[in-house]
Design a protein around this ligand. Sequence first.
Ligand code: BEZ
Length: 303
Amino acid sequence: MELRHLRYFVAVAESRSFTQAAERLFIAQPPLSRQIQQLEAELGVQLFERSSRPLQLTEAGQFFYQHALKLLSNAEEIKCMTTRIGIVERSIKIGFVASLLYGLLSKIIYVFRQQQPNLKVELIEMSTFEQIQALKQGKIDVGFGRLRISDPHIKRILLREEPLVLAVHQSHVLAQKQCVTFAQLEQEQLFLYPKSQEANFATQVQSIFAEHGLTPKNLKVVREIQLALGLVAAAEGMCIVPESAKSIQLAHVKYIPIIDHDATSPVFMAIRHLDTADDLRALFDCIYQVYDLEAIQYERAVL
Ligand code: BEZ
């Protein structure tokens, strides 16, 4: 006995006519009658009173009808649940450095979620170093960071060079400028972030100063970007942030472009070598869609 037999039987029982049931099932009447006969033969009982018009169920037929309905409904439920479980299980785990969250990361993830409603997206904050380990251990599928870390198992893709800007209190003389240079910052109180043992955004900014032959005289490294900007708002000093951090609006804090040619911070996407799963490609495409929407400058990389 197959589910098909149950469906045919229920259609005949509810239509009380072979002709109407055949129309409802979009099949011809003779094969429908044959299927019902096969079912009755397998069960060894008559399910319909053949002599009655409209067609009546026998007592065994009534019993079978109640249970056939339940079985069909169960089968439908199993089908839906299995499909839903299969859909929910598609997931992508994304590692990111905190500085990206204040910029485009949140927008990219929002758009990506809308484009991929059946994909579970998980965001995990971690340093670029931690991302490399996490990728190799399968704990994440993609990492977004700012450091040029090389590893034979990891493919690093440069998405763009993000301009750096100066965050400065509006009362400071530099706040009145259209733009500034690193040389103008050498004597200023500068807050760098984050505070950690490994290479990070703070060390990246310091090496740009060094490449210009500059040694900032008053550097202080603080835990995170909010702390640095909070201190700027209190007119304690200034800090250098990626342009997208301008979305953090604090009273009395102004953002001034830095015009040195290398006043940029790279944004990298890291994946496992040879991993070009469809979901990664979709995320990659989504990033460029957001860049286009936001009129961000970039040179398109190859995944
Ligand atoms: C970006 O700011 O360019 C960016 C941030 C997160 C993921 C990808 C790109």
